[in-house]
Write a protein that binds this ligand. Structure first.
Ligand code: G3I
Length: 369
């Protein structure tokens, strides 16, 4: 059921957004139109609070995206902050906004150890599936028809903990490795048609630790497929990071091939770039970000099993990659003119919603893909 407040807010936003459309030249090609040329979707993570308070940003999202990922609103801790008290208004508001603008919602995420409400931890550890099932049954059918893809399990892999590479999270402690099958089967019960995915990070670079993560994820996928578990795809978060150097094609391309060979789809779910140098000239910074994104997209879009790309936010105005205290400490004398450190510039549009070199790199890569 869609909230009345949500409908009104979305309608108001739509009107405001139309009035605040940033100028873009005739013949503008949006990222979703470019992705659509190879039948892919393009989307981004959104928070309803940002859409509601920032009509120009809402308009940019409507213009560029065909898919919206709730950054917070679907997570268990947000949906059920205290037991039995469902808080679905913000989620409903995103859904009504998406429906009003003809967009899909990307379902993120059902099982993530970092979004378990505090009150649920003990029952999970005791092996009680009841509350998890109630949460899944509350949100999944609610989004029927507007969601094509669900991140059912988020970040199940971690190296250095167990021989099977599974993260020792609250689900594993409560239910053993079988929690992944159970989660996918529970999601399938409430959503017979949408694609069900496992979403994972730290898979993009050639380092040994990322190779181990790829290895363990592949083995997990093989086990699940062999057991006929309802798994349709894999989300690669793709938080690129210039501090790690550059992506290169060999290993990641082979990894994508291996996933595709299992008959699975692949979605790039959370693309953005953490910068290595925050004090260089913005043009140089933007070029470095764009080059890395272009390298990455040129590799992954060669793979036909990649069905869509989402960024984790569209504008640096709202990037989750705020400069950390550690970043700031390493540059403490750099801004003698008092201008401050600025933001991470790892998304396609700058904080004034102007397209950056990353936008153009994405447009070209998606158009060529
Ligand atoms: O809004 C409240 C604010 O009122 C309060 O004062 C403050 C105190 O901590 O918290 C604020 O909420 C925070 C929220 O982000 C909004 O800023 C939460 O604590 C914080 O946990 C939350 O972090 C989100 C995180 O997932 C956990 O849900 C990030 O925004 C979001 O970008 C991040 O997204 C994850 C993906 O789901 C999975 N992949 C990695 C990605 C980045 O970490």
């Amino acid at each position: 059921m869609i909230s009345r407040r949500g409908i009104l807010a979305a309608a108001a936003m739509s009107m405001l957004a139309a009035a605040a459309t940033p100028s873009c030249g005739a013949g503008h090609v949006s990222l979703s139109a470019a992705a659509g040329r190879s039948s892919r979707f393009f989307g981004t993570a959104v928070r309803f609070s940002q859409l509601a308070s920032d009509p120009a940003y809402a308009d940019l999202i409507v213009r560029e995206c065909s898919s919206l990922t709730p950054e917070l609103e679907l997570k268990w801790a947000a949906v059920e902050p205290s037991r039995g008290a469902l808080s679905l208004t913000a989620l409903d508001d995103i859904v009504s906004f998406a429906r009003m603008h003809g967009k899909k919602v990307y379902g993120h995420t059902l099982l993530w150890d970092k979004s378990v409400p505090d009150w649920a931890v003990d029952s999970l550890l005791a092996g009680d599936w009841t509350y998890l099932q109630l949460y899944i049954s509350s949100v999944v059918p609610r989004l029927s028809g507007v969601v094509d893809y669900w991140d059912v399990v988020n970040e199940p892999i971690e190296t250095g903990q167990r021989l099977d590479g599974l993260r020792e999270n609250v689900f594993l402690k409560g239910f053993g490795p079988d929690y992944i099958r159970r989660a996918l089967e529970t999601a399938r019960t409430f959503q017979p048609t949408a694609k069900l995915l496992i979403n994972e990070y730290g898979l993009e670079y050639d380092f040994e630790v990322e190779e181990h993560r790829r290895y363990h994820l592949l083995r997990l996928l093989e086990r699940l497929k062999a057991a006929s578990v309802p798994l349709d795809g894999v989300g690669l978060q793709s938080h690129l990071d210039l501090r790690k150097g550059h992506v290169s094609s060999g290993r990641i391309a082979r990894f994508l091939d291996d996933i595709a060979q299992l008959g699975l789809e692949i979605v790039i779910t959370e693309l953005d770039v953490h910068e290595a140098d925050f004090i260089a000239d913005p043009n140089i910074r933007d070029q470095a970000v764009a080059d890395e994104v272009r390298r990455y997209l040129d590799i992954v879009l060669q793979q036909k099993a990649v069905v869509g790309v989402s960024t984790w936010g569209l504008s640096d105005r709202y990037s989750w990659l705020d400069l950390s205290a550690e970043d700031l400490a390493s540059y403490q004398n750099a801004w003698t003119d008092g201008t401050g450190p600025g933001l991470n510039r790892g998304l396609p549009f700058d904080a004034d919603l102007r397209p950056k070199k990353m936008y153009r790199a994405m447009l070209e890569a998606l158009s060529a893909g």
